[in-house]
Design a protein around this ligand. Structure first.
Ligand SMILES: NC(=O)c1ccc[n+]([C@@H]2O[C@H](COP(=O)([O-])OP(=O)(O)OC[C@H]3O[C@@H](n4cnc5c(N)ncnc54)[C@H](OP(=O)(O)O)[C@@H]3O)[C@@H](O)[C@H]2O)c1
Length: 356
């Protein structure tokens, strides 16, 4: 068989397709696949929702034609070889006669790493990869973090004036960032995380919406090459909003628990507060707010219990893999002290004294 030189354009298309599953695949992986014949894509598929067909299966289920020996299937994650919520992908690939596969990264779950590849090779499939691994791992950094460390990928974001302030002296909110910075952070931070997290202090002082809002008028110029589609469209699902509120101080009028997206809010409270505030719990649950009971360890939630509650699927909740921590100060401090920070993004505004 002649040597195959993988084409990055096909792996990039896999990543574009994979990103369409953001917010829908729960704690699962973002995966896209394309079938290539003589340099052209003839079939596409992606992991569209938690518990539904994986990308390779979705592609082959939708592809009515015959797979030919010269066809090459690209997929950004090693095909699975175990029975999970869906049957193993390696089986359908072998059954349908796929002879060459280019994959982007190995499955990070230590229990399955390399097994899918081994199964394919044993069955006579030519397997090439990992190819464009860094890009593939970047898209699935949340999935990798959860599978390896049982906690979400955490990005901490701060808006700081040029002279280092984050709010007015009396704690009242201060608009620090420009419209352009806000658009950037909605598009490239909020839209690329499964959840936005704040402490209850920020909800009380700022009453934020914590959702994705940006003007897409100029999207075409910003959607060059790989960036196209790698964020959510306006109609796609909003990230979860996670509020750390041990004493359940939140007002029933706060936007995050009273707007049309209330069912995307997860309110973390202590078991004692939930028992004490049963009336409030009932009202919030009726609105679809997810109330999670987490015990305290010292002055903060028990981390292991918090991560378990956020990453574990329960009934219609399918878990999450990445969190954008937006504040405020006390919350940043607790995360920093505990070492739960994979990335930190600081948006610098004007000098505090010049801000309106
Ligand atoms: N410039 C920016 O980027 C930015 C962003 C957001 C907010 N802000 C500003 O920050 C200020 C609010 O900050 P803040 O420090 O007062 O409040 P905060 O960090 O929003 O909320 C702090 C409270 O959240 C709870 N909490 C946070 N982490 C917790 C954990 N790990 N476990 C349990 N509970 C936890 C605690 O509630 P309890 O007190 O009930 O224990 C804590 O006192 C506002 O002025 C806001 O405008 C600025």
């Amino acid at each position: 068989m002649s040597e195959l030189t993988p084409n990055p354009a096909f792996m990039h298309r896999c990543l574009e397709l994979a990103a369409l599953g953001r917010g829908r695949v729960g704690n699962g992986a973002l995966v896209g696949a394309v079938l290539v014949r003589h340099g052209k894509i003839i079939g596409e598929g992606f992991h569209a929702a938690y518990g539904e067909a994986h990308a390779e299966r979705a592609l082959l289920d939708a592809f009515n034609g015959q797979v030919l020996p010269e066809d090459v299937l690209y997929v950004n994650l090693e095909p699975c070889c175990h029975q999970g919520k869906t049957p193993p992908c390696t089986n359908i690939l072998i059954e349908r006669g796929v002879k060459t596969i280019v994959y982007g990264m190995v499955d990070p779950d230590p229990r399955v790493t390399g097994k899918g590849i081994a199964h394919l090779i044993q069955s006579g499939v030519k397997v090439v990869g990992p190819f464009d691994r860094e890009l593939c791992e970047n898209l699935n950094k949340g999935f990798i973090q959860v599978r390896k460390n049982q906690r979400p990928y955490i990005t901490v974001k701060k808006a700081v004036s040029s002279d280092g302030k984050i709010a007015n002296h009396d704690g009242s909110p201060m608009k620090i960032t420009s419209k352009e910075q806000d658009t950037w952070s909605h598009r490239f931070l909020r839209a690329r995380h499964d959840a936005i997290l704040v402490g209850v202090g920020t909800v009380i002082t700022d009453n934020p919406q914590l959702n994705i809002r940006f003007d897409q008028t100029n999207d075409i110029s910003l959607m060059e090459g790989l960036n196209r589609n790698i964020f959510r469209s306006k109609n796609s699902i909003q990230p979860y909003r996670v509020i750390l509120d041990p004493a359940m101080k939140i007002s029933l009028d706060a936007k995050v628990v009273s707007d049309a997206q209330a069912s995307r809010t997860i309110l973390c409270v202590t078991p004692e507060a939930a028992d004490r505030e049963q009336g409030k719990v009932a009202v919030l649950q009726k609105r679809g707010v997810r109330i999670v009971r987490i015990p305290l360890q010292g002055d903060h939630f028990d981390w292991e219990a918090l991560w378990r509650a956020l990453i574990t699927p329960v009934e219609d909740y399918h878990g999450l893999t990445s969190i954008l921590v937006e504040g405020g100060e006390k919350t940043w401090e607790v995360f920093k002290k505990a070492g739960f920070m994979n990335e930190e993004v600081i948006l610098t505004g004007k000098l505090f004294k010049d801000l309106p």
